[in-house]
Structure formats: structure tokens, C-alpha cells
Design a protein around this ligand. Structure first.
Ligand SMILES: [Zn+2]
Length: 162
């Protein structure tokens, strides 16, 4: 429960998925391929078996991870807003709406990755904060977020919240 994030693979866009016996389109919302004809329920079984082996990535995700439970998501938002609004304006802005799903475009991922690195540096230099009860889980969250932002940059796609 809580916030998850994932980086969809680009195998479908790059023509690297196995041929499918039905028409597909990119679902911009999820970043995953989807049936073009949603009304034809008999296609779903074929789609599901195609999806299982369509590319090397399970569920068409290049990477993905749990971020935090919802109270942790809110607490992290408070911490970043209070302590690092000026060094992490994109992270603060995106984090305010993560509960609504959506995605972070690639160009913003590049900027947010640098912001998250700077946030971690600033927090680690604060010995009083490092001794606080928040430091462990916050640094873990930043590490997972940085990994996924880097993955988005490497994969050349957006980071999606879910
Ligand atoms: Zn793939």
C-alpha cells in the first residue's frame, strides 16, 4: 500500500516486442502497450499470454519499486518542502501530486535526479538530522527514487507514479 513508481521499457515503441496477432497501441497514461480494440473481450486472454513473453521485461517495466506508505509520502513532502524547496523545486512540485498518479517527463527526470542527489548531500551533512528518527527511511526513499530516476534517464522514458 502507498506510492509505487515504475519506468516502462520502450521495447514496444522500438519494435522489439514479439509480433502480436492483434492490433496494439501505446497507452500514454501507463507507458505500456495496450489493445487497440478494448471492446473485444475475447482478445484479452490472447493479449495476456502475449504480454507474458513479449519482451525481456516483466509487465513492460524496465524498473520499478515501492516508494513509501501514504503517511511517509506526506511526511517526505513536508521534509522536502521545509528543508529543500529552493534546491529541489521540481521534486517538491512533482511530489505534491504523486497521489494522483501520472508521470514525470524524461527532461524533468534528468533535473530531479540532480535535485535528489543534492538533497541527499545536504541531509547527510546535517548531523542533527542524521541522528533523527526520520533519517533512515528518508535516505532509503531518496536512494530508491534516485535509482528509478537514473533508470528513466537510461531507458529514455518517463517515471510513472502508481
Ligand atoms: Zn521490454
Amino acid at each position: 500500500m502507498g506510492l509505487d513508481a515504475y519506468v516502462p521499457c520502450r521495447c514496444f515503441q522500438n519494435g522489439l516486442t514479439k509480433p502480436a496477432p492483434f492490433e496494439l497501441e501505446l497507452d500514454v497514461e501507463s507507458g505500456h502497450p495496450d489493445l487497440r480494440d478494448h471492446g473485444n473481450s475475447s482478445l484479452w486472454e490472447a493479449y495476456n499470454s502475449w504480454e507474458a513473453t513479449a519482451c525481456e521485461h516483466e509487465g513492460f517495466d524496465y524498473d520499478g519499486d515501492w516508494m513509501q506508505n501514504w503517511s511517509g509520502v506526506r511526511r517526505f513532502g513536508d521534509i522536502v518542502t521545509t528543508r529543500a524547496r529552493t534546491i529541489c523545486p521540481n521534486l517538491v512540485g512533482e511530489w505534491a501530486y504523486v497521489g494522483n498518479g501520472g508521470h514525470v517527463p524524461l527532461d524533468v527526470c534528468v533535473v530531479m535526479a540532480a535535485e535528489a542527489e543534492e538533497l541527499e548531500r545536504v541531509l547527510r551533512e546535517d548531523s542533527a538530522w542524521i541522528a533523527s528518527e526520520d533519517s533512515g527511511w528518508v535516505l532509503d526513499l531518496i536512494a530508491r527514487l534516485r535509482r528509478l530516476l537514473r533508470a528513466a534517464v537510461v531507458a529514455g522514458t518517463a517515471l510513472h507514479w502508481c
